[in-house]
Design a protein around this ligand. Structure first.
Ligand code: RP5
Length: 181
């Protein structure tokens, strides 16, 4: 079942961005059960043409893999890491502790506590080890924030983000007008 779920989602939504080009953004998550949420980050990055990679790396179940991923990310050319986790969501914070790269945390709604547990786990980092935390299940915003971060040194990408904002505004205006008619 796990393999079927992975295959379906990877094929349809994620593999698009998995090119031979060096990935600029690493998207990691604690479990394949986070994929339905985290795929939105990959979708945004793919829309903006930002090469990315998607990996399942658990802080608790595969701690050694988490260490090696976070420690090697910078030298592999990764510039931003998006890390999603639910419940006792230690992955974003632990990754941030191991790399100087910016880390964006996505609290995944995964337990009986409705995602508040994940949010508080991710956002309450100690001074010195920041994680930029987005709203519960909002991997779309994590993707957009990664694009904005990369846009600081990439005028073309920044221009595309400006266009995205204009498109978003136009979209709302069209809906507002339609409602008035
Ligand atoms: C976390 O535990 C994962 O990030 C996931 O959100 C949650 C539940 O994982 P599964 O039991 O579904 O694999 O580590």
């Amino acid at each position: 079942i796990v393999e079927a779920r992975l295959n379906l989602m990877l094929r349809e939504e994620i593999l698009d961005g998995q090119t031979a080009v060096t990935p600029r953004v690493g998207i990691v998550m604690g479990s394949d059960s986070d994929l339905p949420v985290m795929k939105d980050a990959a979708r945004i990055l793919n829309e903006f043409g930002v090469p990315n990679e998607v990996r399942i790396v658990s802080a608790h179940r595969t701690p050694e893999m988490m260490f090696s991923y976070a420690l090697s990310a910078r030298e592999r050319g990764i510039q931003v890491i998006i890390a999603g986790a639910g419940g006792a969501a230690h992955l974003p914070g632990m990754v941030a502790a191991l790399t100087p790269l910016p880390v964006i945390g996505v609290p995944v709604r995964a337990s009986a506590l409705d995602g508040l547990d994940s949010l508080l786990s991710i956002v309450q980092m100690p001074r010195g080890v920041p994680v930029a935390t987005v709203a519960i299940n909002n991997a779309t915003n994590a993707g957009l924030l990664a694009v904005r971060m990369l846009g600081i040194g990439d005028a073309d990408l920044q221009a595309r983000m400006a266009q995205y904002l204009e498109d978003t505004r136009d979209d709302v205006l069209v809906k507002a007008e339609t409602l008035e008619k």
